[in-house]
Design a protein around this ligand. Structure first.
Ligand code: NAD
Length: 260
């Protein structure tokens, strides 16, 4: 069903975005990768999608803090693939500090990458979806789009905002063939949370594995990390016809974190 559709996934050079890119490519979607990182590694990833799944994969290095580069990313996707059918907003960064010690520069960067970039991608991609009377917008929010944790003022604010944006876009597109949903992962072992695992291990004087177990014990009742493959499967379902009437939702994938 997704064969030949085009998917733009911000923040897909690693972690959750790459997991979703692989899941979509596995169903025949052409992929626009985006993100930061080593050029050689990114090229290997891009080529791996093409050879592994027989799709066309491109890469655009737009910086998600720069609106004009985000516009160019969307236009480049549309020009290369003849439209933008699926948009996954996944780019994200983290910084932890108590609010009175939180630097304004870190605040601005987190709001720009984790929230405002999603406005810009949707703003530019939606006309292409409307033209095709079909579209899927999937915003990778977080459990922190639903509940808070200490020391994450900017991240929690951005993710709550992204859930709000998801709902507004769902209302504005209702009945048009376009849906807008948020996925809210709990702890997922990617580069984003490695500094938090290291800090926890350091505080406890234990190794990284024990540090990770301690973080799970505090928040995630399943005591298991979410995997990028599980998030890829949910994204696929949200892109299926079975999900035509699912819009405006924020779906937790969190081992019970937000049930507490
Ligand atoms: P990650 O660090 O592996 O991925 C982040 C991606 O964003 C990378 O591709 C990175 O290059 C990209 N990125 C960062 N700054 C960018 C910028 N200025 N311009 C363009 N791209 C940029 O981490 P991840 O865990 O896969 O994070 C992906 C998303 O999932 C984030 O939005 C994060 O908030 C969210 N999330 C992660 C977890 C978790 O436990 N890992 C939980 C909930 C939500």
């Amino acid at each position: 069903m997704l064969k030949g559709k085009s998917a733009l996934i911000t923040g897909s050079t690693s972690g959750i975005g790459l997991g979703i890119a692989r899941a979509l490519a596995g169903q025949g979607c052409n992929i626009m990768l985006n993100g930061l990182g080593d050029a050689g590694k990114i090229e290997t990833t891009r080529r791996g999608l093409e050879t592994g799944f027989g799709v066309t994969a491109r890469f655009h290095g737009a910086d998600m803090t720069r609106p004009e580069e985000i516009a160019a990313l969307v236009e480049s996707t549309a020009a290369g693939f003849g439209g933008v059918d699926i948009l996954v907003n996944c780019a994200g960064i983290q910084h932890t500090a108590p609010v009175e010690e939180f630097s304004p520069e870190r605040w601005d960067a987190i709001i720009a990458v984790n929230l405002t970039s999603g406005f810009h991608t949707i703003h530019h991609a939606l006309p292409y979806m409307r033209r095709g009377c079909w579209g899927r917008i999937i915003n990778i929010a977080s459990v922190h789009g639903l509940v808070a944790s200490a020391n994450k003022a900017a991240y929690v604010t951005a993710k709550h905002g992204l859930v709000g944006l998801t709902k507004v876009v769902a209302l504005e597109t209702a009945g048009s063939g376009i849906t807008s949903n948020a996925i809210c992962p709990g702890w997922t072992r990617t580069e984003l949370i490695e500094p938090q695992i290291a800090a926890r291990a350091n505080t406890l004087g234990v190794d990284l594995e024990a540090g990770g177990r301690s973080m799970l014990a505090e928040k995630q009742p399943s005591q298991q990390f979410v995997t990028i493959e599980q998030l890829g499967q949910l994204a696929l379902f949200l892109c299926s016809s079975g999900a035509d009437q699912i819009t405006g939702t924020a779906v937790p994938v969190d081992g019970g974190w937000t049930a507490q």
